[in-house]
Design a protein around this ligand. Structure first.
Ligand code: ADP
Length: 470
């Protein structure tokens, strides 16, 4: 079960613990100071009492018949304080006062000290009247006769030390509750002030829904914990917004792009059923419907691939990779397809190492090589080059295709963007390959460049940071 304070707000709990801790520390500190000062102030007095005791022991004699001979001066009542004449009391083994030597008229005193505890050596303060505090040192006094366990008590006025000490005590007693009150109020106000951004964040976060995911939490100070929390929350919101946008785009793209092939598919079927046909004709109709279905399948796969690349849902597993060897291996595998068009792929690869995800990088290379083969004529040569320059590794794929007019370059990696006639089916695909390539490269921390190739064709390059030995 939770304690009562655990049901309170964080602000209240912080203020409570802050005040409690502060009060405890203050109390311990005050007690230590008081004890220390009291002890330091009493030190000279205790020393003087010890000297008094020594003096008394040289001048005091108890005879076998218990008579007391005091060779010091008597201190008559009302005499002024004289440091040379010690005040003392002598108590016998029965706890009876046998001798008292001090300047006070006992009738005028409020109370007299009780008999000392036998055998104990103690130091204490005793008030015989409200304005007369005495510092008292009681100690055993052994007399050389049977049952000689007497007690002697020396005294001195405690006034100066007592005054300062009681002033100190008064200060502590008054200031402690005041300080505690200040601590409680200050703690509450400060935590309220500090936690105000949190309240704003909560209010703002409560208002964020799917419809206004672009809203962000206020970040008052990026350095403190609340600011960092808001920043982290904002970046989560950003990713969420991206995912929603990707989903929206996927739905919009899919419904836009799927409409035409689906209509074609349905029309071909409807036309085919309008009248009875020969087996050969049906075969042809079903063949073209299957072709369309296959195209639909490819389109959906490309769309899903793009959505996962853009949404960053694919896991990236980076590892150090010799780019020249990797590209050579990819070209050897993918290059088999070039043989269908009697094309030839030339590769010049200089040693270069990067840290990357080989699966994603292979996809990128495959897209560029596919395009180069797709848009280059039969018998063309495709040139692949791997080089390292100023901390970057560059893989360039140059083809001998029709080239891309400069005014198309900026939009080339847009989704469904197709240059000129490639919109019409033929070598061209869905216009998604470069969009996917760019999305993968963003995940890999690379860039895509496209420039005209000399004497004709296009040169696509991917640029990735080189991994240097440290
Ligand atoms: P697609 O699947 O249509 O090839 P891409 O995104 O890969 O889609 O390419 C977008 C468009 O850019 C293509 O439709 C084509 O017009 C043009 N394109 C891409 N690569 C080349 C190339 N190597 N040579 C000429 N045009 C290209």
């Amino acid at each position: 079960m939770k304690a009562w304070w655990q049901h309170r707000t964080l602000r209240f709990r912080l203020a409570l613990w802050y005040s409690f801790g502060g009060t405890l520390l203050l109390a311990v500190f005050s007690a230590t100071i008081y004890g220390f000062v009291a002890q330091r102030m009493a030190k000279p007095l205790n020393h003087a009492l010890r000297q008094d005791l020594e003096k008394i022991q040289t001048k005091l004699l108890v005879l076998p018949d218990r008579r007391i001979t005091w060779q010091g001066r008597e201190v008559p009542a009302g005499t002024a304080w004289d440091a040379r004449e010690p005040w003392f009391e002598l108590w016998d083994e029965q706890g009876q006062l046998v001798r008292r030597c001090w300047p006070f008229n006992e009738d005028h005193l409020d109370r007299l000290p009780a008999s000392p505890v036998r055998g104990s050596d103690t130091l204490s303060v005793f008030r015989i009247a409200p304005d007369i505090p005495l510092r008292v040192h009681s100690t055993p006094y052994r007399i050389p006769y049977p049952n000689g366990d007497w007690m002697i008590r020396v005294m001195r006025i405690h006034e100066p030390a007592a005054d300062a000490l009681s002033a100190l005590l008064a200060i502590i007693v008054v200031s402690l509750p005041l300080t505690v009150a200040l601590l409680v109020a200050g703690g509450y106000l400060i935590t309220r002030h500090w936690l105000r951004p949190l309240e704003l964040m909560v209010r703002q976060a409560e208002g964020i829904t799917v419809d206004n995911l672009s809203q962000r939490l206020p970040v008052a100070d990026e350095i403190n914990e609340l600011g960092r929390l808001a920043t982290a929350f904002n970046s989560t919101l950003g990713r969420l917004e991206d995912s929603f946008q990707t989903l929206d785009r996927f739905v919009a793209d899919a419904s836009h792009e799927l409409r035409t092939p689906l209509t074609t598919l349905r029309s071909v079927g409807e036309v085919g059923l309008r009248r009875s046909r020969t087996v050969e004709e049906y075969r042809e109709i079903i063949g073209s419907m299957l072709e369309e279905a296959q195209r639909l399948h490819q389109l959906v796969e490309r769309l899903l691939e793009l959505a996962s690349a853009e949404g960053g849902t694919r896991n990236v597993h980076s590892e150090p990779l010799r780019l020249d060897e990797f590209v050579t291996a990819c070209v050897n595998e993918i290059g088999i397809l070039a043989e269908y068009k009697n094309q030839h792929i030339e590769i010049v690869a200089k040693a270069c190492t990067i840290n990357t995800d080989p699966v994603l990088l292979r996809q990128v290379l495959q897209n560029l090589l596919d395009n180069a083969m797709k848009y280059s004529p039969i018998g063309a040569t495709i040139r692949v080059q791997v080089e390292s320059l100023a901390g970057e590794c560059r893989v360039s794929v140059s083809d001998e295709g029709p080239g891309i007019p400069p005014d198309h370059l900026a939009r080339l990696a847009n989704r469904f963007y197709r240059v000129g006639d490639s919109r019409v089916r033929g070598p061209g695909g869905f216009g998604l390959g470069l969009a996917i390539t760019k999305a993968y490269l963003r995940v890999l921390g690379g860039q895509l460049e496209c420039v005209p190739s000399s004497p004709r064709g296009t040169c696509f390059s991917i640029i990735l940071p080189e991994l240097r030995d440290t």
